[in-house]
Design a protein. Structure first.
Lengths: 266, 284
């Protein structure tokens, strides 16, 4: 695909200056996000998954290695990599519509154009009719959808999601996962999602990357298809009760705990 | 005992609130507080009236409320020290509003610079922290030596009192901007200036408004000191010259007017805060 270059993380290491330990936050991580992929990085806290996302977003500079999108090196934040945060990070002085149109406004798009685009994206995340609402009056799930819409409205090449559903209740979280899969299907965006929720990771990922702490590294990669099955129309409940899904989930669970007890014992 | 049992019964028979985060009691509370405050004020006034009318205190030390009211009418229509109450009030308000506008104009950019740049902080922070704790009366003579006894010195003194709180609150507000808000804007392609104008400054607005409230309080209390300097008009001047001639009712009148104006300004700023930053205390 010529117009959708791959995002490549090449032997990335991150060491934070002044952090007492000499262990890297992230050690020798390589990763590739191709078109149409939904990559999920899963791991306990301290495994460097957020550092990985921050490096790709351009918020932190790699100590070693490089990150490229197509033929361009990443050396700072940019609009071609949209980010969705765990806390919605919305701007409370703007209403829902203006929050979603914010990226287009920064780019200098004319008012009618950016508002039309924002309305369309809000409809995609099932928030049509909420354009004039104040963001602090919305529920957590709705705010997270506004955050997702804001990232999508800027039409990024990659969508980076930092534990986006971590603060939501279980019911809302499932709705949001299904919404994300529908949006992924509709827009064909490649996605990198960070989570510590095993079921979420197994359900969403086309590529699951298992990470482990001290130092933060990738310990296993799995190619999965449950997200694609949902996108193809199979109900979530039937996927999640499929023995294959349960088996994968238990396998991942065992791997996470195996790595945890090894690193705790060392 | 019976009352507590009664309220317990009420609690049992009241249907439970559907949304626990939308508890309604805070709206009921301020009205009761207001009622208590008004009652306190009423009792105080009554006490004042009773003591002075009974002749327990000489009018030279504490004039009666009626006398002060009569004086209010007299100063409002005929004036005191060649100016009516309104002219005194106008002179004071002009000084404080000019000082306030100048302080906002300069202190907000200074606070912004302190919050954003390490260098600016290194230069400006010690300067502000050096003069801030000095009582204005202490550096008033220096200001008079440098800038004379005109209107400039008076406004400058008030300006200095307002400047520091606004600059410091702005810097605090800027430093406390939610980092993920900044990152969100950066990943939407914001330039440095867009970031400052469209994310940092609006995020710091609640703190800036708090700084203005504190600054205005400090400025208002510096007013009397400022009007020590060869003033011919102003509420502070009115009170001082009345004190020199032992016209106690004018002194009391002046104090009451100063208090009322300060209270009105504070209420106005609170209303402005609710209007400009209605999200304050609503997020997270």
């Amino acid at each position: 695909m010529p117009n959708s270059p791959s995002l490549i993380v090449d032997h990335l290491s991150i060491r934070y200056p002044g952090s007492g330990s000499n262990e890297a936050a992230l050690h020798d991580v390589s990763l590739r996000i191709d078109a149409d992929n939904l990559v999920v990085a899963l791991g306990p806290s301290g495994c460097g998954k957020t550092s990985l996302l921050n490096a790709i977003a351009g918020f932190v500079t790699p100590t070693f290695g490089r990150i490229t999108l197509g033929d361009r090196d990443i050396d700072g934040p940019g609009a071609e990599r949209g980010v969705v945060f765990q806390d919605d990070a919305l701007l409370p002085w703007l209403n829902v519509l203006d929050n979603v149109a914010f990226g287009l406004k920064l780019r200098g798009a004319p008012k009618h154009e950016r508002e039309a685009r924002a309305r369309a994206v809000l409809a995609q995340v099932d928030l049509a009719g909420f354009e004039q609402h104040r963001v602090w009056e919305l529920s957590g799930g709705m705010r997270q959808r506004v955050g997702l819409a804001r990232a999508l409205a800027a039409d990024p090449q990659v969508l980076l999601m930092d534990e986006p559903f971590g603060a939501l209740d279980a019911f809302t979280r499932e709705q949001m996962q299904e919404l994300l899969l529908r949006l992924w299907q509709q827009t064909g965006k490649r996605v990198l999602l960070i989570t510590h929720d095993i079921e979420e990771a197994v359900f969403l990922a086309t590529d699951l990357v298992l990470m482990s702490p001290r130092p933060g590294r990738i310990v296993e990669r799995l190619s999965l298809h449950f997200g694609r099955r949902y996108a193809a129309g199979e109900p979530a409940r039937s996927i999640k009760s499929d023995p294959q899904f349960i088996e994968t989930r238990e396998h991942v669970l065992r791997r996470v705990f195996a790595n945890r007890s090894v690193s705790a014992g060392s | 005992m019976t009352t507590s049992e009664l309220s317990l019964d009420e609690a049992i028979f009241t249907p439970p609130e559907p949304a626990p985060h939308q508890v309604v009691t805070p709206t009921a509370k301020p009205t009761t507080t207001l009622r208590i405050s008004l009652a306190t004020l009423g009792v105080l006034l009554a006490l004042w009236w009773a003591i002075t009318t009974a002749g327990l205190i000489q009018p030279l030390f504490l004039p009666s409320p009626q006398a002060v009211l009569a004086k209010l009418w007299l100063t409002a229509t005929k004036g005191y020290m060649d100016a009516t109450l309104w002219q005194h009030l106008g002179a004071s308000l002009f000084r404080i509003v000019t000082a306030l506008l100048a302080a906002v104009l300069f202190a907000v950019p200074v606070g912004l610079a302190i919050g954003l740049s390490r260098k600016a902080r290194g230069v400006l922070d010690p300067l502000i922290e050096f003069y801030r704790p000095i009582p204005p009366l202490a550096y008033l003579p220096l200001i008079v030596i440098w800038f004379g006894i005109g209107e400039l010195s008076k406004i400058l003194l008030i300006y200095l009192a307002i400047f520091a709180p606004i600059a410091i609150s702005t810097a605090t507000g800027v430093r406390n901007v939610d980092p993920s808000r900044v990152r969100a804007a950066q990943s939407l392609g914001a330039s440095r200036w867009q970031l400052i104008a469209q994310v940092v400054l609006p995020s710091a607005l609640p703190d800036i408004l708090t700084g203005i409230r504190i600054g205005l309080g400090a400025g208002w209390s510096t007013l009397v000191a400022a009007e020590l300097v060869a003033a011919t008009r102003g509420l502070g001047f009115m009170v001082q010259s009345a004190a020199q001639f032992l016209v106690t009712d004018v002194v009391v009148l002046g104090i009451v007017v100063i208090a009322l104006i300060a209270f009105t300004l504070e209420l106005g700023l609170r209303a402005l805060q609710r209007r400009l930053v209605p999200w304050q205390g609503q997020m997270h």
